[in-house]
Design a protein around this ligand. Structure first.
Ligand code: PMP
Ligand code: GLN
Length: 388
């Protein structure tokens, strides 16, 4: 029989999140691997969705999203970033940021086009690029500071570049791109006449005074950027898969050209509940940041005491932790053994690099868990037998 799987998808195997959540379940380990909270967002959001289901809002939504949510997104980007956007022609709702990224790339990329990706790269970027017919071109950032090398970035751009994918705050390393780094990206996008697809799902999770700056707000980038975010992290409902994009009308038309044939639309009661959620006051957003700042402080302190090499992430809900000081040098071996050995699960950092030697002595630890569970995980990690 012929091989059913395409050659372009076969190299990507099974998602690292599937592998390590499965392993966590098998060993009943505390899952600090896959990035989902062990708590839900506000009850009022759930009630709103249930009420809309009962009221009969259960048939297809408009492909680009229900009007109430698109208007709420437009109001939110105006409030948070001072961006004036047209809710009809510039805002689109998708089945999560994941679909927004795929649909945007599928609408933008021709065979032979190159797409610049920063690595460590979130797992869906390379497969989405390849499924869209493009070729990934990598710029590597390294533990512990993940600094951008200007020459390496400049060298990645060429007339073949159609797009760059930028994730800030960045999963898995916690980096928040500075204004200077964003200005360089903006300059290069304009010089090479290409587009930016920005993944900003952790926009509200920044710490120690770091602030999130959307690339679309930089001079010259308003019509060149598809700004993507999601309600998953902001409202602690990762399973709902309500994501969205904000982009100029021509870029929006490109993203929608594929979106209409990928999922067509996203469940209307969930969209309407998220429209309600976006209207929650500033206290909700500051409370979210504060509670994550506390979890982050707890995890950083405990991991450091155990002997991990940790640096405070400026954003996201992940900590990149070096395992070298504990006597380990193989992140996959460490993470595959950890659930059985300690009852905790984490993600090997090299999963986010094309060259598996990069990040081999680093693991990603999620802190989107309630305090007592994080404490219990750290107690278990403290019993880990040392190799050094
Ligand atoms: N981008 C990044 C960087 C992520 O960490 C995640 C995981 N939530 C996603 C996209 C996916 O978002 P969604 O669940 O809205 O598809
Ligand atoms: N974004 C989540 C993470 O980074 C996982 C999403 C998924 O499982 N695909 O852990």
């Amino acid at each position: 029989m012929r091989e059913p799987m395409t050659r372009k998808l076969a190299p990507f195997g099974v998602s690292v999140f599937t592998e390590f959540t499965r392993l966590a379940l098998e060993h009943q380990a505390i899952n600090l691997a896959q990035g989902f909270p062990d708590f839900d967002g506000p009850d009022a959001i759930k009630e709103f969705a249930c009420e809309r289901i009962r009221r009969g809002h259960n048939q297809y939504a408009p492909s680009h999203g229900v009007a109430a949510l698109r208007r709420a997104i437009a109001a939110k980007v105006q409030r948070c970033y001072g961006l004036e956007v047209d809710a009809e022609d510039e805002v689109t709702v998708y089945a999560g940021a994941t679909e927004a990224i795929f649909s945007s790339l599928a609408g933008l990329i021709e065979p032979g086009d190159e797409v610049i990706l920063f690595e460590p790269a979130y797992d869906s970027y390379a497969p989405s690029t390849v499924m869209a017919g493009g070729t990934p071109r990598y710029v590597t950032l390294r533990f512990p500071d993940f600094a951008v090398d200007e020459d390496e970035l400049r060298a990645a751009f060429s007339p073949r570049t159609k797009a760059i994918v930028l994730n800030t705050p960045m999963n898995p390393c916690g980096k928040v791109f500075s204004r200077a780094e964003l200005s360089l990206i903006a300059e290069l996008c304009q010089q090479f006449d290409c587009f930016a697809v920005t993944d900003e799902v952790y926009e509200h999770l920044t710490f120690d005074g770091a602030s999130h700056l959307p690339l679309i707000a930089l001079p010259g980038m308003r019509q060149r950027t598809v700004m993507i975010s999601s309600t998953a992290k902001t409202f602690s409902m990762t399973g709902w898969k309500v994501g969205y994009s904000v982009a100029g009308p021509r870029l929006t038309a490109a993203s929608r050209s594929s979106h209409q044939f990928v999922t067509f639309c996203t469940p209307p009661p969930l969209q309407e509940a998220m429209a309600f959620a976006m209207g929650l006051g500033d206290e909700y957003f500051s409370g979210l940041r504060q509670s994550y700042a506390e979890r982050r402080a707890l995890l950083l302190e405990r991991l450091a005491a155990i002997g991990f090499d940790v640096r405070p992430p400026a954003g996201t809900y992940y900590v990149a932790a070096g395992i070298g000081p504990l006597g380990f040098d193989d992140d996959y071996a460490f993470c595959r053994g950890l659930p059985a050995l300690a009852g905790v699960s984490m993600i090997p950092f090299s999963a986010f690099y094309r060259d598996r030697h990069a990040g081999r002595d680093v693991v990603r630890v999620a802190f989107c868990k309630s305090g007592p569970l994080l404490e219990e995980a750290c107690v278990r990690l403290g019993r880990l037998p040392r190799r050094s």
